[in-house]
Write a protein of this length. Structure first.
Length: 255
């Protein structure tokens, strides 16, 4: 309860929580309440916001708000799964490297440094093209494979600063084992940092998915990245009345 009170006392934390809750509700509850926009309405193409269409319409005359509601589920699931996998991998590798030290530390950090020097997004584009990913879960796994290195180094630095604390030394003396100390003593004391890192990993996953969709290598039919890509392809950027077809998915992605 104290952590919740701490968040609520800070406007930025409260605003961020409200935005996240709104997006989650829109993505998972919205499709149950709002029918999908499946039919084109030629007479309503690229309309500006109005009471009938709060975010305007797209190049087929479909309501942009309805499209956002039905396109959010895959984006949120991808962000959650990729963020969790990235954070878990980084915690396991970074904490193990710092705790065991020696040859294990050198091996893990050398592999991490090599992974960091690679053009990861370019490799991601090539692999996504070759694998022909057509579901959220496989893309989330692929994104996690490329998202853990920098966070693993940060986790390692945090664990190195904590491993000499008295409570860790006491756990050593009790011979509780490395796994217990890492996952029950060290990582829980880094919960704030890990939470922030998880959110950052989720954001990176959304941006990466948007980039892949925009390049046409990930065939997701209803995601926010697809809506932005279609609006751009249909010259919405050149039409003032079509600006909301770009701004609506862009705003959802940024938030």
């Amino acid at each position: 309860m104290s952590r919740l009170s701490l968040i609520l006392r800070h406007p930025s934390g409260l605003i961020g929580g409200l935005i996240l809750a709104t997006l989650m509700l829109m993505a998972f509850v919205g499709p149950l309440l709002v029918l999908p926009a499946t039919q084109a309405h030629v007479e309503q193409i690229y309309q500006s916001p109005s009471p009938q269409h709060p975010l305007g319409t797209d190049f087929q005359g479909r309501d942009n708000l309805v499209l956002l509601i039905h396109g959010g589920r895959d984006v949120i699931i991808l962000a959650l799964v990729a963020g969790l996998l990235t954070t878990l991998a980084a915690c396991a590798i970074g904490a193990s490297s710092a705790w065991f030290g020696g040859a294990i530390d050198r091996l893990l950090m050398t592999a991490t440094d090599i992974w960091l020097t690679l053009p990861r997004f370019l490799i991601l584009v090539v692999l996504a093209s070759l694998a022909r990913l057509d579901d959220v879960w496989s893309l989330a796994l692929l994104l996690a494979m490329f998202g853990w290195p920098s966070l693993a180094r940060q986790i390692r630095a945090q664990v190195l600063s904590l491993k000499r604390r008295e409570y860790v030394e006491a756990a050593r003396q009790l011979d509780l084992g490395a796994a217990h100390i890492i996952f029950r003593e060290l990582l829980p004391n880094m919960l704030g940092f890990i939470t922030i890192s998880l959110i950052a990993a989720m954001i990176q996953a959304i941006y990466a998915q948007t980039g892949l969709v925009f390049l046409g290598v990930v065939p997701f039919g209803k995601s926010w990245g697809v809506l932005f890509s279609l609006a751009y392809a249909k010259n919405a950027i050149y039409l003032p009345s079509a600006a909301w077809s770009l701004l609506a998915p862009m705003g959802a992605i940024i938030l």
